[in-house]
Design a protein around this ligand. Structure first.
Ligand code: GDP
Length: 132
């Protein structure tokens, strides 16, 4: 069994998509082990997205992530990290396929509905940051 972190981002919370997203997770066999409703501030965003700090899109990402409430979920399943990345769908809108969360609930590149950890190491790092 593996665990991973999912964020339901401010766009999806505002659009009342959280229930639909959780339904997709449950259907796919993920177990929700913990949940937290919270808001990012700039300091938390800079720690969480430290690998993107120097990227040109970081200011857009930061202001989007700080624009409202997020939900964080600790999810458990066999091979959870890869399984969630697959279910989540691509960061690029034109590459999202039906059946993925971002196809149904994401919009642009930045306002893409959800986050999922991209490795086991990052899953543990991100869980420690959000559920500190
Ligand atoms: P993810 O792991 O699929 O979420 O994608 P990344 O780790 O590459 O990027 C983190 C987040 O930064 C994405 O979910 C987007 O919200 C944002 N992002 C990534 N790439 C871009 C980009 O080229 N432009 C903009 N505006 N945002 C981006």
């Amino acid at each position: 069994m593996q665990r991973t972190l999912m964020l339901i981002k401010p766009d999806a919370v505002k659009a009342k998509s959280a229930g639909g997203i959780i339904g997709m997770l449950e259907k796919a066999g993920f177990e929700i082990k913990a949940a937290k409703v919270f808001e990012f501030d700039a300091a938390l965003c800079q720690v969480f997205y430290k690998d993107h700090l120097a990227k040109e899109f970081f200011p857009r990402l930061e202001s989007f992530m700080c624009s409202g409430t997020s939900w964080a979920l600790i999810l458990e399943k066999e091979n959870a990290v890869c399984a969630l990345r697959e279910l989540m769908g691509d960061v690029m809108p034109e590459k999202r396929v039906p059946g993925t969360i971002r196809y149904h609930y994401g919009h642009g590149i930045t306002d893409n509905g959800v986050h999922g950890s991209d490795s086991l190491e990052n899953a543990e790092r991100e869980i420690a940051i959000i559920f500190r």
